[in-house]
Design a protein around this ligand. Structure first.
Ligand code: CA
Ligand code: CA
Length: 353
């Protein structure tokens, strides 16, 4: 007598049903997992900004002013061109790196008296709190900033960037009724100075991290002092100090906004009259500071000073206010409200944000 063991397998139909159920579950769960991961990344980004806001305040406690947007000509001293991102290193537990910085050399290109590479080597160090984890763009694309020699052993190549930028202020016309002039009630032109040419754009002068801090005249230098709490007459809690620029650009588009994180600005021979009526023969690019020229997540621009604020977080980007608090701003918020939040002493009335 023989017994036949009855081995029963899955039929094809059953197998397909099981696969379909698993696929459905994955389809349901995967977005939830991805959303949770993005929420965690956004939270880390917010924490970075909180630390930067705290560092700005601790800097103010010590030096009685916010860090300069960038350090410029100091009379006979060489080009400095380092940003607030360097000034606050001792306040973000990077004192050892700060001690390696030379304040007597130029920052990024190697003309006479400008040992640029030497400083960009500092920027070969990745500073975690300057990095939004939702961004995958971590390096400056600028060939002027390429590091070719390594004194500190930090390597050669493209330096790291920062995803957090000083707000120099809005530039352009406030034409509230859109009739093409700025002569109507409440309208005006935001204070700025000319930068070198249209490739760079204007430099905003009404923000907490306003553009040029010093520009040389023919025989000496004229200085725009650092911003104190008391200068922020619109209120520290109503004025943006730092904003997030962390978007990944589309494939094939050079991410012009991103600069070496040490780069305060770069100066060029130029001439004009600043908003205080003082003539100058020096103009700047903003480096780790930007103007406000467009809404959050607006289309990309190749104008260096106008890198649009934006992030890979859904629907907006984050910013630090003058009081050190961090807010998420919607890309759909009223643009004039956003501009008012970027002037420190414009006297505007801002609607709730
Ligand atoms: Ca008008
Ligand atoms: Ca304002």
């Amino acid at each position: 007598m023989t017994t036949r063991s009855l081995k029963r397998g899955f039929t094809l139909i059953e197998l397909l049903v099981v696969i379909a159920i698993i696929a459905t579950l994955v389809a349901i769960l995967l977005p939830a997992v991805q959303q949770a991961r993005e929420a965690a990344r956004r939270s880390t980004c917010k924490n970075n900004l909180k630390q930067l806001g705290l560092a700005m305040h601790n800097y103010h406690d010590t030096y009685l002013m916010f860090p300069l947007a960038g350090m410029g000509h100091l009379n006979a001293r060489p080009w400095v061109e380092l940003g607030w991102t360097v000034s606050i290193l001792p306040f973000i537990e990077q004192g050892a790196l700060y001690d390696q910085v030379s304040f007597d050399d130029g920052v990024y290109n190697g003309g006479t008296g400008r040992r640029g590479n030497f400083k960009n080597e500092i920027a070969m160090n990745r500073i975690p709190i300057y990095m939004c984890p939702s961004s995958t763009t971590e390096q400056s694309p600028s060939t002027q900033e390429t590091v070719t020699g390594s004194a500190f052993g930090a390597g050669t190549g493209q330096p790291f960037t920062t995803h957090y930028y000083g707000m120099a202020g809005p530039v352009g016309n406030l034409d509230l009724n859109g009739d093409g002039d700025v002569g109507d009630a409440g309208e005006r032109i935001f204070k700025s100075i000319n930068s070198v040419n249209s490739t760079y754009g204007l430099s905003g002068m009404e923000g907490i991290m306003r553009g040029p801090v010093e520009h040389a005249r023919t025989s000496n230098s004229y200085r725009v002092p650092g911003v104190k709490f008391s200068d922020v007459q619109d209120g520290l809690s109503n004025t943006i100090a730092l904003m997030e620029i962390s978007r990944d650009y589309p494939s094939g588009v050079t991410p012009f906004a991103y600069r070496s994180w040490v780069r305060g600005f770069a100066g060029f021979s130029s001439s004009g009259t600043d908003p205080w009526g003082v003539s100058y023969n020096f103009a700047v690019t903003l480096g780790v500071n930007k103007n406000l020229v467009a809404s959050i997540n607006a289309p990309y621009t190749s104008t260096f000073n106008n890198g649009a604020w934006g992030s890979n977080h859904k629907g907006g980007a984050q910013a630090v206010l003058g009081d050190g608090s961090v807010h998420f701003f919607s890309e759909n918020m009223d643009f004039n409200t956003l501009r008012y939040l970027c002037t420190m002493a414009g006297g505007e009335t801002t609607s709730p944000f």
